[in-house]
Design a binder for this molecule. Sequence first.
Ligand SMILES: NC(=O)C1=CN([C@@H]2O[C@H](COP(=O)(O)OP(=O)(O)OC[C@H]3O[C@@H](n4cnc5c(N)ncnc54)[C@H](O)[C@@H]3O)[C@@H](O)[C@H]2O)C=CC1
Ligand SMILES: O=C([O-])CC(=O)C(=O)O
Length: 263
Amino acid sequence: MKQLMMIGFGAMAREVLALLPAELSLKWLLVPAARVAEAQAELGPAVTVLSRVEDCAATPDLVVECAGQAAVREHGSAVLARGWTLGLISVGALADEALARDLRLAAGQGGGRILALAGAIAGIDGLAAAREGGLESVTYQGRKSPQSWRGSPAETLVDLDGVTEPTVFFSGTAREAARLFPANANVAATIALAGLGMDHTRVELVVDPDSRRNQHRIRASGRFGELDIALSGLPLAANPKTSTLAALSVVRACRQCTDPLVI
Ligand SMILES: NC(=O)C1=CN([C@@H]2O[C@H](COP(=O)(O)OP(=O)(O)OC[C@H]3O[C@@H](n4cnc5c(N)ncnc54)[C@H](O)[C@@H]3O)[C@@H](O)[C@H]2O)C=CC1
Ligand SMILES: O=C([O-])CC(=O)C(=O)O
């Protein structure tokens, strides 16, 4: 039986835990220090709940982060420096150049690997392959309900309560989007990493009062031809900002860790 360490125990982590492949068991959970006792009581003795990577003496087969960009900053280097593989869902953390450099350095020195998970979007495989032949342009549009944008800077850019039609409230680069909207625009950074980079990927963010979906659209062109991918995702009931598919992409990484056929 392979052993998993998970960082975070919010909406996404709980969905992942519910769908974990039978060949992988959750052995360690990393949460903020103030939440350790509560999570330990909920999960029982089969899982060791910690607040620091340093307190795990064994070697997980896989570490998956489902906790946010701040958690990547807090724990990422310690995981990679130990030579462990880190499946990253808060890929927007890599929009911070200094952090991205530190993580690469820790991975290089310790032998760890960073898996940037596709998250809430589809098409990352095709885009990353297309990049090998040369890309001309990549654009991303993210469209969510007012409820999904609450608690983000969208509140100061558009009237979330009064909006009556789909409205673009942000237009900029993937780097700006991922940093300004850390709980909503990680996918912008993922698309950038697969394609033209953080500063050459154009991003539009839209509030749509008539939709309950998290909608994502990638358009790209290059030597391969053109790509146009639209995804209409259902949010998790426990967090309207987070698409169900993002949690499922973490489950996929867990499956890839255990199955000899990797797809
Ligand atoms: N790539 C993608 O497509 C997507 C990525 N995300 C990322 O996933 C993250 C998690 O999403 P949800 O579970 O829906 O959010 P959530 O807010 O429901 O849960 C986050 C959990 O992480 C924990 N946490 C926060 N800081 C931590 C730290 N330093 N160490 C350990 N645990 C920590 C919190 O206590 C909370 O339980 C988001 O913040 C976002 O960064 C979310 C949606 C899509
Ligand atoms: O779950 C989604 O639809 C996308 C998301 O929040 C993110 O990219 O951070």
